[in-house]
Ligand binder design. Sequence first.
Ligand SMILES: CCCCCCCCCCC[C@H](O)CC(=O)SCCNC(=O)CCNC(=O)[C@H](O)C(C)(C)COP(=O)(O)OP(=O)(O)OC[C@H]1O[C@@H](n2cnc3c(N)ncnc32)[C@H](O)[C@@H]1OP(=O)(O)O
Length: 725
Amino acid sequence: MDSRTKGKTVMEVGGDGVAVITLINPPVNSLSFDVLYNLKSNYEEALSRNDVKAIVITGAKGKFSGGFDISGFGEIQKGTRKEPKVGYISIDIITDLLEAARKPSVAAIDGLALGGGLELSMACHARISTPGAQLGLPELQLGVIPGFGGTQRLPRLVGLTKALEMILTSKPVRAEEGHSLGLIDAVVPSAELLTTARRWALDIVERRKPWISSLLKTDKLPPLGEAREILKFARGQTRKQAPNMKHPLMCLDALEMGIVSGPRAGLEKEAEVGSQVISLDTTKGLIHVFFSQRGTAKVPGVTDGGLVPRKIKKVAIIGGGLMGSGIATALILSNYPVILKEVNEKFLEAGIGRVKANLQSRVRKGSMSKEKFEKTMSLLKGSLDYESFRDVDMVIEAVIENISLKQQIFADLEKYCPQHCILASNTSTIDLNKIGERTKSQDRIVGAHFFSPAHVMPLLEIVRTNHTSAQVIVDLLDVGKKIKKTPVVVGNCTGFAVNRMFFPYTQAAMFLVERGADPYLIDMAISKFGMPMGPFRLCDLVGFGVAIATATQFIENFPERTYKSMIIPLMQEDKRAGEATRKGFYLYDDKRKAKPDPELKKYIEKARSISGGNVDPKLVKLSEKEIIEMTFFPVVNEACRVFAEGIAVKAADLDIAAIMGMGFPPYRGGIMFWADSMGSKYIYSRLDEWSKTYGDFFKPCAFLAERASKGAPLSAPVEQARSRL
Ligand SMILES: CCCCCCCCCCC[C@H](O)CC(=O)SCCNC(=O)CCNC(=O)[C@H](O)C(C)(C)COP(=O)(O)OP(=O)(O)OC[C@H]1O[C@@H](n2cnc3c(N)ncnc32)[C@H](O)[C@@H]1OP(=O)(O)O
């Protein structure tokens, strides 16, 4: 393979007259332009050769194809690659050359056929798959649309409703379900895949099996009136669920065109829309997220040194509260035997009960069988002492945020755990060096910061001190992957990456309401921006106890940029502490539905009189855009500090941390990506202006000032950061 080319196809013609074309582009045989153009040449050759009767397309090394090469979109966005003629691949190659060929083709699918991979297979005249193969059109998740005919062929193979479900949710189906849906013609063991596909192709030639062009099928399509109703409903749902994104609706336009005006018109619409979506900002953001998410496990100086993760056979967790039980759940769900330690029988029982409840909720929802529940629970053992810690490979401490308690625990762990055992803390704010102060095991102390609920939330902040060994990081990255978390490796500091970025977000919101802004309008503007909820609703959900404890850490560590609002402490005094007490910034009914509380004004006014601030007429009438900027630019400012200090090694890691830890909308690409879309100069100028009017909370940091002075992107690598990694 030429070093500049990306992937290829190879064709072998057998004595039976079947040409087998193999897609080769590791690791997932993505369809790069090189692969697609090679496929075209192979096809033309196969069609012109007299010794070829039929064609089989397959993928190398147990994977059919993970779809179009996603980096190709980036090349087109950046202008480093010229766009092919609209419809060239989907119409000229896949439809007119492949599907309309006078020789039949069969797709032999092993492992996965996603996106363009599935679309290519749907243009074949039959599809044979191995058991369990994943089949799906996940394009919308990337901000693009199925662009190789998927919007036309999938509804014709599986029906409109199922096709809409698969396309709109981006969720794949397994081969077995694909078979029952009519997407797959036969499911056979891996060893029989190619022979079956070859035979099937010859059977089509001999007319023993039907020669089906998916595009021409109509039997699964509903009558036009019904189809229009289904599409209308889908549009309504899409507008509700993805109000800030255009591409799902554009995808529906292509689907509708095919149903109303026929598949050729549908293909043309798909090609036109497919080309337009590539330049949407939301698409750029989502593609950035795809690669950034995979990049978080690549840590310079750690994962590039050839270290192999050690096998973690048993894990112990200290503390069976909300966090400890969530972490235990995540681990046993991935088959790790777990010991849960508590201080007394009552707490232990409660901790085990929480794990049980977490799993039972899966059984209730039908995503876990009773047998699997029993088997998973059997991996959990309770303990009241450290005796059973003698053969554990990793301990995760998850007790309350109390430094001396944690110090004592780590000193005990050093006595009872084996020498190689990883000693992790789930602290969300406390300096790990302090936690390990009473031990000589600094090299194996690490932060494993999960987010609540730990068995659901996808992020794992792995916190490394100056002493933590690279091996320990590699081990924890491996555990993170096995328990299906996205890890972000960060340096040690108060709040690490996520909580440090979170802090100014809620602080800015408190500042704005004290100066006269309406908290409910702020929450609304922020939800419209794409956050799962606004800062006030979030404080209610987290509870004021946690909010105050976290704020205290920040006030102590970053006093110069803390806005000290008394709103939350005043409400706490009155025993309104958030959703758990049914009263916080909102009032909550029996069904936990939130409604605004007119009494809130009283607390805001009292807090305002304590802080000595005045209502600012400008802030009373903020536009939605101004609300977003005044709450998120301080977050960008803090992210810049985190990046400049080397707490995060890549800006993209902060993007993922913000998306998965704060709920920042993925289609905005993450906090730094979003900031760069506005430019460092603009953000600096806004913060600078506010800091002159409203004080140091808004003061732009030196890093931001420097980048703005050069007009440089905030995400450009930090050259001489004082790296903590
Ligand atoms: C005229 C207008 C212009 C026209 C342009 C041309 C037309 C374009 C039309 C496109 C039509 C098509 O409909 C669009 C697509 O097909 S988009 C792609 C759809 N596919 C996907 O979304 C699948 C994405 N991948 C995954 O979900 C997973 O990677 C996986 C395949 C399930 C494998 O998962 P796992 O085993 O966990 O491995 P990783 O996720 O870690 O991935 C391993 C590495 O592979 C890279 N990867 C994966 N998929 C792709 C891909 N499609 N393209 C490029 N690279 C891919 C991934 O980044 C990892 O790389 P590293 O190891 O380097 O990190």
